[in-house]
Design a protein. Structure first.
Length: 236
């Protein structure tokens, strides 16, 4: 098997990016640096390391982005028999897929679903500074002081949120929408943040996870992640 294919199948990066890693001298085969693109390895016999860490073929993995509708539970199986996010993606992959993190029953938007435990663990680790962007709609309008409070950090029941980016998006009738980028993922965090300044969130949608964008993916639809998106996640 070609070295870059072996590396990509081990979840290192895309094949093209693996070639760069090889050329940079970061890869060893049986303890010898190998900078030659196109080198063949035997996955059963050769020991390949990247930055001195051994790699092995894992997977095959699948990665989906779903635009979760409201009224759907983020779980693999709901004991109450309600609709789950898994009902929205193909069930015939033969793989044990699960959602990465959680969106509330009443929240819609970007949710990743995969069988790659490493990426899932990485993204969900509390120490991981990963911006999550939401569009929140409330009745009324925030004052500048309230926007500043949300941005600086608010107490949501024993926890003070870290600095967030808050932007006014627009107003329709009595309702205004704000984009909020947070860096933690406490339970019902966005709803609690707005409550802390006196507003109930009427609608909540996640539109970005780091650089991954929901874009115009329709509600209830999914798509596989692109190679660039996967590269981005693997290199975080
Ligand atoms: N914050 C919330 O309040 N709900 C979510 O589903 C996600 C973030």
């Amino acid at each position: 098997m070609r070295l870059n294919k072996f590396m990509a199948s081990s979840g290192v990066a895309s094949r093209r990016h693996c070639d760069e890693i090889i050329a940079a001298g970061r890869v060893k085969i049986n303890a010898r640096v190998c900078k030659k693109l196109g080198t063949q390895v035997n996955p059963d016999l050769d020991i390949v390391t990247v930055d001195n860490r051994p790699i092995r073929i894992r997977g095959p993995f699948v990665y989906y982005m779903l635009n979760k509708p409201t009224g759907v539970v983020t779980t693999v199986m709901d004991p109450e028999g309600r609709e789950t996010v898994m009902d929205y993606i193909p069930s015939n992959t033969g793989k044990r897929l699960y959602p990465v993190g959680r969106l509330d029953y009443n929240t819609s938007g970007l949710l990743l679903i995969t069988n790659d435990g490493d990426i899932s663990q990485k993204l969900m680790h509390p120490s991981f500074e990963f911006g999550k962007t939401y569009l929140a709609t409330i009745e009324g309008k925030l004052s500048d002081a309230e926007i500043e409070k949300l941005a600086n950090g608010v107490n949501i029941g024993g926890f003070v949120t870290s600095p967030a980016t808050v932007k006014y998006v627009g107003t329709k009738g009595n309702d205004s929408t704000y984009s909020l980028t947070i860096h933690e993922g406490k339970n019902r965090q966005v709803r609690k943040m707005f409550l802390s300044v006196g507003y109930k969130v009427k609608e909540l949608q996640r539109v970005a996870l780091g650089k991954l964008q929901l874009g115009d993916l329709p509600v209830g639809e999914y798509r596989p992640l692109t190679e660039q998106e996967l590269d981005y996640l693997r290199n975080l």
